[in-house]
Design a protein around this ligand. Structure first.
Ligand SMILES: Nc1ncnc2c1ncn2[C@@H]1O[C@H](COP(=O)(O)OP(=O)(O)O)[C@@H](O)[C@H]1O
Ligand SMILES: [Mg+2]
Length: 203
């Protein structure tokens, strides 16, 4: 199975309702069993992470306060506004030992495709234990240096452009994992199955 470390970079791509958010929750839960004290920040613009053990914030000011407060470890920024993401990333980049999840990333990075801070996290974040999961329907809208450096997760790929994208990544036609099952591809191109049952057990 896919194991995350405090320096993992992951892209999750899939159409609406295919289980992207569930996959990220399962990966996060698994990570927290090994690193229970680690600081986690989730940008949740659609307000769909049912995580009662997380401290929810609703404004950028609250998000910043929670991020710089060492007592608060698990933060969920519900209804996060895409306009805030630059501000958030400028701060996140300064934090050591942080696990970042950005749901609905394509909306965010469509606007700020050259985020300096994300670039920094992508290339140097591993030295200070920064990990990130970016979740998107269409990864071409994400910064290419992040997607190229990250583990790539996909479920059923239907759109011709998406098939082309995954094929480019794999070097061959993407297999069909079936509903709610996922594949991950390492940076070296190694393919691993993530069964829906494994994900469901952690949600
Ligand atoms: N592994 C799974 N096993 C069973 N049901 C799942 C699984 N993953 C997702 N689902 C179902 O699909 C719905 C949508 O999943 P979600 O992760 O919110 O999709 P997305 O984020 O891609 O839009 C969930 O509310 C759940 O009912
Ligand atoms: Mg979702």
């Amino acid at each position: 199975m896919m194991e995350l470390s405090p320096t993992s970079l992951i892209t999750i791509m899939g159409i609406r309702g295919d289980g992207k958010t569930w996959l990220s929750i399962a990966l996060l839960r698994e990570f927290l069993t090994v690193y229970p004290e680690h600081k986690v920040f989730i940008s949740d613009p659609m307000n769909c992470y049912p995580l009662p053990d997380f401290h929810s914030v609703y404004t950028i000011e609250e998000a910043v306060d929670a991020l710089i407060n060492p007592e608060i470890r698990r933060i969920r920024y519900a209804m996060a506004c895409p306009d805030d993401i630059e501000t958030l990333f400028d701060l996140l980049k300064e934090l050591d030992d942080i696990f970042i999840i950005i749901d609905e990333s394509d909306q965010v990075f469509g606007r700020v495709n050259n985020s300096e801070a994300l670039h920094w996290i992508t290339h140097y974040g591993r030295h200070v234990n920064q990990a990130a999961i970016l979740i998107a329907r269409r990864p071409p809208s994400l910064p290419i240096d992040f997607t190229a450096q990250s583990i790539f997760c996909f479920s059923r790929v239907i759109e011709p452009n998406d098939i082309k994208y995954v094929k480019g990544r794999l070097g061959y036609e993407p297999p069909d994992p079936g509903q709610y099952n996922w594949y991950s591809v390492s940076v070296d191109g190694e393919l691993t199955e993530i069964p829906s049952t494994w994900i469901a057990e952690r949600n």
